[in-house]
Design a binder for this molecule. Structure first.
Ligand SMILES: Cc1ncc(COP(=O)(O)O)c(C=O)c1O
Length: 497
């Protein structure tokens, strides 16, 4: 075989050092190549490109599982060619999904007997699960309003402003107004009193989060249930609760069994959980379970028979892989209650150790709570000279991927870093991360303030755009004021919002 010496245009073609042993031409990036590529070369080319991805085990931004046992990896590969939707052809896979739904429903204290079938479905993740739960609430509410002869064209849903983006997607895609309870500095979850105040006759449900994505904190579902029960009684409404337990659903039952957040509370009608987060399965599985059959309107369930027997389906997508469902079942029987409990306890102990270590450094204020999802969310005590974004950038040098973000309204001036503790984040990794944090902070403290420089740079722009004061006030309040002006000025310059 001739070894390629062709040097293509790297913008439009792919070259691979090692694959050049096998291929004689560069591959176009954005068009299908005219000819086939030998399998070992195709493998090498893609393998080489993927080397530039981050290391999933060092990705502390994500809740999603990055390690499973080799036995489960094998089961995943064994079933990777099975389409889950072919239920008649793969009845055992269907049976395993049904067992998983029942296991989860019991874990969440659904009021169904041991011999009864729980109502729920496996999904691609919590986002799909939330779309389905939201649709069920919307349809139930509409049916009730129609029966009462009342308008049913302005449904709304009440959530905290800290909801994950999937709730905004649900609202936009399915035309439901999202009424968000604003956050305040120091209080980063939905206030149940304010949430219940916002409920009106058009509210299809209040969504509470068990494990806020931003800080891991559990929202107070019990108080919400009690306040909403009183409001329903007083007004004659029938407003239910959905619990978004994407992360917390596989934490609370093991670490806080006494905490009432699930179907023990009468108004909780449906719950979603991500199998691929603390359910300990790789990306691609979520679950939604309903309290009772009546909570899932039958008209949302489709029945198909062309694949064999009558099959009920209630998912947004039709086809999907079976592997993740099989992997979830593996984790349930492999670990059992005891195994999940040990893993969650260990994650929590590592989170607490990391939290204490960071606090001890003196630069950070810890925002995450002791009870919640095992993660550490923290902000800089003094962000007048440096920002959490600089810290996140510097940590990348050491291979760590730690996200930095600002809080939603009305706490958008608070910027945080968040480290998610997963099962594969060991104590020794936590110690190493602390060591690297120390190095980064030392470097950063010695650096000239980028904020001051940037403020000085834009002061002139602000002068020009607004005819304002160009002088830089270096107090924290002054810095915050100038940062805001800076963002506004940059928006004016670039037109980007
Ligand atoms: C509270 C919450 N809800 C929903 C989601 C979306 O979950 P998924 O990625 O499983 O779709 C997330 C993801 O982080 C989350 O934290």
């Amino acid at each position: 075989m001739v070894i390629s010496s062709a040097i293509g245009d790297s913008q439009s073609s792919i070259q691979s050092t090692f694959a050049s042993r096998y291929v004689t031409h560069c591959l176009p990036k954005f068009r299908m190549p005219d000819n086939s590529t030998p399998k070992d070369a195709a493998y090498q080319i893609i393998h080489d490109e993927l080397m530039l991805d981050g290391n999933p085990r060092l990705n502390l931004a994500s809740f999603v599982t990055t390690w499973m046992e080799p036995e489960c990896d094998k089961l995943i590969m064994d079933s990777v060619n099975k389409n889950y939707v072919d239920m008649d052809e793969y009845p055992i896979t269907t049976e395993l999904q049904n067992r998983c739904v029942n296991i989860i429903a019991h874990l969440f204290n659904a009021p169904c007997g041991d011999e009864e079938t729980a109502i729920g479905v496996g999904t691609v993740g919590s986002s799909e699960a939330i779309m389905l739960a939201g649709l069920a609430f919307k349809r139930k509410w509409q049916n009730k309003r129609k029966a009462e002869g009342k308008p049913f064209d302005k449904p709304n849903i009440v959530t905290g402003a800290n909801v994950q983006v999937c709730w905004e997607k649900f609202a936009r895609y399915f035309e439901v107004e999202l009424k968000e309870v604003k956050l305040t500095e120091g209080y980063y979850v939905m206030d149940p009193v304010k949430a219940v105040d916002m409920v009106d006759e058009n509210t299809i449900c209040v969504a509470a989060i068990l494990g806020s994505t931003l800080t891991g904190e559990f929202e107070d579902v019990k108080t919400l249930n009690d306040l909403l029960t009183a409001k329903n009684k007083e007004t004659g409404y029938d407003t239910p609760i959905h619990v978004d337990a994407a992360s917390g659903g596989f934490i609370a039952p093991f670490l806080y069994p006494e905490l009432e957040w699930d179907f023990r509370l009468p108004l909780v009608k449906s719950i979603n959980v991500s199998g691929h987060k603390y359910g300990l399965v790789y990306a691609g599985v979520g679950w939604v379970v309903w309290r009772n059959k009546e909570d899932l309107p039958d008209e949302l369930i489709f029945h198909i028979n062309y694949l064999g027997a009558d099959q009920p389906t209630f998912t947004l997508n039709f086809s999907k892989g079976s592997s993740q469902i099989i992997a979830q079942y593996y984790q349930f029987i492999r670990l059992g209650f005891e195994g999940y409990k040990h893993i969650m306890e260990n994650c929590m102990a590592n989170a607490q150790m990391l939290s204490k270590g960071l606090e001890k450094m003196g630069f950070f204020e810890i925002l995450s709570k002791d009870v919640g999802v095992p993660l550490v969310a923290f902000s800089l005590k003094d962000s007048s000279k440096h920002t959490v974004f600089e810290i996140a950038e510097s940590l990348r040098k050491y291979g760590w991927i730690v996200p930095a973000y600002t809080m939603p309204a009305d706490a958008q001036h608070v910027a945080v870093l968040r480290v998610v503790i997963r099962e594969d984040f060991s104590r020794s990794l936590a110690e190493r991360l602390l060591g690297d944090f120390e190095k980064v902070m030392k470097e950063i403290v010695e650096l000239p303030s980028r904020i001051a420089k940037k403020m000085a740079d834009v002061a002139a722009v602000i002068d020009e755009v607004e005819g304002g004061e160009g002088a830089v006030d270096e107090t924290p309040e002054g810095a915050a004021k100038y940062l805001k002006k800076l963002v506004d000025a940059e928006k004016k310059i670039s037109g980007i919002c």
